[in-house]
Design a protein around this ligand. Structure first.
Ligand code: FES
Length: 137
Protein backbone atom coordinates (compact mmCIF):
# COMPACT_ATOMS: atom_id res chain seq x y z
CA UNK A 1 0.00 0.00 0.00
CA UNK A 2 2.78 2.46 0.94
CA UNK A 3 4.66 1.72 -2.31
CA UNK A 4 1.52 2.41 -4.42
CA UNK A 5 0.91 5.76 -2.75
CA UNK A 6 4.58 6.70 -3.15
CA UNK A 7 4.52 5.90 -6.90
CA UNK A 8 1.23 7.80 -7.34
CA UNK A 9 2.62 10.87 -5.54
CA UNK A 10 5.89 10.85 -7.52
CA UNK A 11 3.97 10.44 -10.79
CA UNK A 12 1.67 13.36 -10.06
CA UNK A 13 4.62 15.58 -9.07
CA UNK A 14 6.48 14.64 -12.27
CA UNK A 15 3.45 15.34 -14.47
CA UNK A 16 2.85 18.67 -12.69
CA UNK A 17 6.48 19.72 -13.13
CA UNK A 18 6.62 18.78 -16.81
CA UNK A 19 3.30 20.45 -17.69
CA UNK A 20 4.30 23.58 -15.72
CA UNK A 21 7.56 23.80 -17.68
CA UNK A 22 5.76 23.38 -20.99
CA UNK A 23 3.24 26.07 -20.12
CA UNK A 24 6.01 28.47 -19.08
CA UNK A 25 7.79 27.91 -22.40
CA UNK A 26 4.70 28.75 -24.45
CA UNK A 27 3.96 32.43 -24.51
CA UNK A 28 0.27 33.07 -25.09
CA UNK A 29 -0.32 36.05 -27.32
CA UNK A 30 -3.34 38.02 -26.23
CA UNK A 31 -5.19 40.66 -28.23
CA UNK A 32 -6.50 43.25 -25.78
CA UNK A 33 -9.79 45.13 -25.90
CA UNK A 34 -9.63 48.92 -26.10
CA UNK A 35 -11.81 51.96 -26.62
CA UNK A 36 -11.03 55.18 -28.48
CA UNK A 37 -11.13 58.59 -26.82
CA UNK A 38 -10.17 61.27 -29.36
CA UNK A 39 -6.57 60.57 -30.32
CA UNK A 40 -6.08 58.00 -27.53
CA UNK A 41 -6.56 54.27 -27.30
CA UNK A 42 -7.76 53.40 -23.80
CA UNK A 43 -6.81 49.97 -22.44
CA UNK A 44 -7.77 48.74 -18.99
CA UNK A 45 -4.79 47.64 -16.91
CA UNK A 46 -6.82 44.57 -16.02
CA UNK A 47 -6.10 43.32 -19.58
CA UNK A 48 -2.73 42.30 -18.15
CA UNK A 49 -2.79 39.23 -15.95
CA UNK A 50 0.00 38.82 -13.39
CA UNK A 51 2.08 36.79 -15.85
CA UNK A 52 1.24 38.83 -18.96
CA UNK A 53 4.21 40.91 -20.16
CA UNK A 54 2.58 42.21 -23.31
CA UNK A 55 -0.62 42.35 -25.32
CA UNK A 56 -1.31 43.20 -28.95
CA UNK A 57 -3.91 45.68 -30.18
CA UNK A 58 -5.51 45.45 -33.60
CA UNK A 59 -6.24 49.02 -34.66
CA UNK A 60 -8.09 49.28 -37.96
CA UNK A 61 -6.41 52.41 -39.34
CA UNK A 62 -2.84 51.29 -38.60
CA UNK A 63 -0.76 49.10 -40.95
CA UNK A 64 0.15 46.64 -38.18
CA UNK A 65 -0.79 45.76 -34.61
CA UNK A 66 0.46 47.70 -31.60
CA UNK A 67 2.69 45.79 -29.18
CA UNK A 68 1.98 47.07 -25.66
CA UNK A 69 4.50 45.92 -23.09
CA UNK A 70 4.35 46.24 -19.32
CA UNK A 71 7.72 47.24 -17.88
CA UNK A 72 8.81 47.63 -14.29
CA UNK A 73 7.26 50.29 -12.05
CA UNK A 74 3.93 50.30 -13.90
CA UNK A 75 5.50 51.81 -17.04
CA UNK A 76 4.40 50.74 -20.52
CA UNK A 77 5.91 50.77 -24.01
CA UNK A 78 3.77 50.83 -27.16
CA UNK A 79 5.34 49.94 -30.52
CA UNK A 80 3.97 49.61 -34.04
CA UNK A 81 4.80 46.06 -35.17
CA UNK A 82 5.72 47.15 -38.69
CA UNK A 83 9.33 46.34 -39.59
CA UNK A 84 11.28 49.41 -40.65
CA UNK A 85 13.17 47.42 -43.31
CA UNK A 86 10.44 46.59 -45.85
CA UNK A 87 7.26 46.82 -43.78
CA UNK A 88 6.46 43.22 -42.77
CA UNK A 89 4.69 42.70 -39.45
CA UNK A 90 7.11 41.65 -36.70
CA UNK A 91 6.23 38.95 -34.18
CA UNK A 92 6.73 38.96 -30.41
CA UNK A 93 9.54 36.51 -29.69
CA UNK A 94 10.18 36.15 -25.93
CA UNK A 95 11.74 39.48 -24.88
CA UNK A 96 12.20 40.80 -28.42
CA UNK A 97 10.36 41.18 -31.70
CA UNK A 98 11.43 39.29 -34.82
CA UNK A 99 10.66 39.93 -38.46
CA UNK A 100 9.66 36.78 -40.38
CA UNK A 101 10.61 38.31 -43.76
CA UNK A 102 14.37 38.93 -43.57
CA UNK A 103 15.24 38.27 -39.94
CA UNK A 104 15.57 41.69 -38.32
CA UNK A 105 15.30 41.62 -34.54
CA UNK A 106 14.22 44.43 -32.22
CA UNK A 107 14.42 44.79 -28.47
CA UNK A 108 11.19 45.10 -26.48
CA UNK A 109 11.91 48.85 -26.48
CA UNK A 110 11.90 48.84 -30.30
CA UNK A 111 15.65 49.29 -30.87
CA UNK A 112 17.31 47.30 -33.67
CA UNK A 113 19.26 44.31 -32.35
CA UNK A 114 20.08 42.73 -35.68
CA UNK A 115 19.83 43.95 -39.31
CA UNK A 116 18.88 44.34 -42.10
CA UNK A 117 16.61 46.94 -40.42
CA UNK A 118 18.54 50.00 -39.29
CA UNK A 119 15.75 52.17 -37.82
CA UNK A 120 13.86 51.48 -34.58
CA UNK A 121 10.18 50.53 -34.53
CA UNK A 122 7.72 53.44 -34.33
CA UNK A 123 7.04 54.19 -30.68
CA UNK A 124 3.83 55.76 -29.34
CA UNK A 125 3.60 57.99 -26.29
CA UNK A 126 1.91 56.24 -23.38
CA UNK A 127 0.17 57.71 -20.33
CA UNK A 128 -1.37 55.87 -17.40
CA UNK A 129 -3.59 56.41 -14.40
CA UNK A 130 -4.62 53.97 -11.70
CA UNK A 131 -7.01 52.04 -13.98
CA UNK A 132 -6.08 52.67 -17.60
CA UNK A 133 -3.30 52.91 -20.14
CA UNK A 134 -3.59 55.58 -22.83
CA UNK A 135 -1.74 55.24 -26.14
CA UNK A 136 -1.53 58.49 -28.10
CA UNK A 137 -2.01 57.70 -31.77
S1 FES B 1 10.89 43.46 -43.78
FE1 FES B 1 11.61 42.96 -41.81
S2 FES B 1 13.65 42.39 -42.11
FE2 FES B 1 12.96 42.90 -44.07
Amino acid sequence: MYRKEFIKTVSLLTIGTISGSLLNGCAVIKYAQYSIDGNKLVIKKSEFSDMQKFVLLNVSNLPAAIYLRRNENDAFTALLTQCTHKGCEVDPDYDMLSCPCHGSKYSSAGEVISPPATEPLKKFDVLTDSENIYIII
